[in-house]
Design a binder for this molecule. Structure first.
Ligand code: NAI
Length: 462
């Protein structure tokens, strides 16, 4: 029986970052992972492989749509789907291999297998029992399918199956216009599939501000995605090669069907805690199946902690990473802390959509006096030079203090640009602080400065 200061269950971004931080702080650490490779959903079947496919299909789109106008003539590339999947798999193994290297470098033991917690202070992996002063559950999440819809990962798929389809479908129906549905839906659209997105709410990306949703939907519609909004999916009838999706429009209760070669179910994810033995241990859960934790990430059982997708909050890799760092610092006697007000969210479509902090709608409904500065990428020379003049930067500030409260960006490199605003928010900056910071020309970042200027006397190029 091996004995550790900390055993972390799950080697996704939350778990492996936590393990490294624990090791850095001098704690004897082990990580349990049942997959053949480290990195969890994110590296194996989520963030990373989807970004490889988004990148490859973006290149294809550029070649098909923008090359000729720039004087790059000739035949557009054709798709070798097997090779594209091999490229994606290579990206996965490079990244998962990198995490394995980091575990060794930090002298963290990888306990291979699926963990259970037979009692406080003990973790069972296969037939082996290990002792741990503290246990951190970082077991992540799994797709939450709709009742009555059977996933076969061939015709009716989750994001996992969508990342390894044997061929590009002619017709794809995506259920759910959230992050997964729009990222993978737009990748398959660029590969030539006809894509229809069926969404229960009346808008795409619920939770974002209405102007962002409208602009985003308009851009995606321009790229050829079809949307059916306000539609409750009733059932999916599938054979081995085809499927029929039945939905009811909420506005008039009328029933419709749409055929597909592949149906992607992207209606959210739920915490994955199967097999851990939490019920027998008496670990308190929320009504939504999340592990309930206190501010220090400790469950109601002393010495058992939980972070990431299994607890409340946005199911994002970087939120899990930050919690992993915080819990490690707490276990080492420090003051680990996560600022939940400054967690960016990014949709990696083209253009990208990035948000941070409060939305305009939420602040208005609280009765807060706010200012909104907006700048369109059409006024940004660099964006126009590369055919990416769609979208805008929007910064929301407190009307009295000018302090930045939130932002949304839809446009080129939005997922990178948002971090300037995150840093500003962490430092409690005002829009004027961003506006008075020199920004290199010509960059997309100038649009952030212009939006900050628009919170004051006005942007320059608008
Ligand atoms: P999501 O919560 O982003 O979107 C689910 C969508 O499905 C919502 O728009 C919802 O209204 C809709 N929906 C739910 N039930 C429905 C029904 N019966 N019929 C039609 N529409 C229905 O969930 P998604 O896209 O599955 O992603 C899961 C999690 O993974 C999210 O927490 C997301 O943040 C995370 N993720 C993050 C990524 C990123 O940061 N770029 C990429 C992929 C996933």
């Amino acid at each position: 029986m091996a004995s550790y200061d900390v055993i972390i269950i799950g080697a996704g971004p939350g778990g492996y970052v936590s393990a490294i931080r624990c090791a850095q702080l001098g704690l004897k650490t082990a990580i349990v992972e049942g997959r053949d490779t480290l990195g969890g959903t994110c590296l194996n079947v989520g963030c990373i492989p989807s970004k490889a496919l988004l990148h490859a299909t973006h290149m294809l789109h550029e070649a098909e749509h923008n090359f000729a106008a720039m004087g790059l003539k000739g035949k557009s590339p054709s798709v070798d789907w097997k090779q594209m999947l091999a490229y994606k798999d290579d990206v996965i193994s490079q990244n998962t291999g990198g995490i394995e290297f980091l575990m060794k470098k930090n002298k963290i033991d990888w306990l291979k297998g699926w963990a259970s917690i037979p009692e406080k202070g003990k973790v069972k992996v296969g037939d082996d029992l290990h002792e741990a002063k503290n246990i951190v559950i970082a077991s992540g999440s799994e797709p939450s399918a709709l009742p009555g819809i059977e996933i076969d990962e061939k015709v009716v798929v989750t994001s996992t199956g969508a990342l390894e389809l044997p061929k590009v479908p002619k017709k794809m129906v995506v259920i759910g216009a959230g992050v997964i549905g729009l990222e993978l839906g737009s990748a398959y659209k660029r590969l030539g599939a006809e894509v229809t997105v069926v969404e229960y709410m009346d808008t795409i990306t619920p939770g974002m501000d209405a102007d962002v949703q409208r602009t985003f939907q308009k851009i995606l519609t321009g790229q050829g995605l079809e949307f059916v909004l306000g539609a409750a999916v009733q059932k999916v009838d599938a054979t081995k090669t085809k499927a029929k999706v039945t939905y009811k429009l909420k506005k008039d209760d009328s029933e419709h069907t749409v055929d597909a070669d592949v149906v992607l179910v992207a209606t959210g994810r739920k915490p994955f805690t199967d097999g851990l033995g939490l019920a027998d241990l008496g670990v308190k859960m929320s009504e939504r199946g999340q592990i309930a934790v206190g501010k220090d990430y400790q469950t109601n059982i002393n010495g058992i902690y939980a972070i990431g997708d299994v607890i409340e909050g946005p199911m994002l890799a970087h939120k899990a990473e930050d919690e992993g760092t915080a819990v490690a610092e707490i276990l080492a006697g420090q003051h680990g802390h996560v600022n939940y007000g400054v967690i960016p969210g990014v949709v990696y479509t083209t253009p990208e959509v990035a948000t941070v902090g409060a939305t305009e709608a939420a602040l208005k409904s609280e009765g807060r006096k706010i200012k909104v500065g907006k700048f369109f990428f059409m006024g940004n020379a660099r964006a126009k030079a590369v055919h990416q003049g769609e979208g805008f930067v929007k910064i929301i500030t407190d009307a009295q203090t000018d302090r930045v409260l939130g932002a949304a960006i839809i446009g080129p490199a939005a997922g990178e640009l948002i971090h300037e605003i995150c840093v500003a928010m962490e430092f409690g900056a005002a829009a004027e602080d961003i506006a008075r910071t020199c920004h290199a020309h010509p960059t997309y970042s100038e649009a952030v400065r212009e939006a900050a200027l628009a919170c004051g006397d006005g942007a320059i190029h608008a």
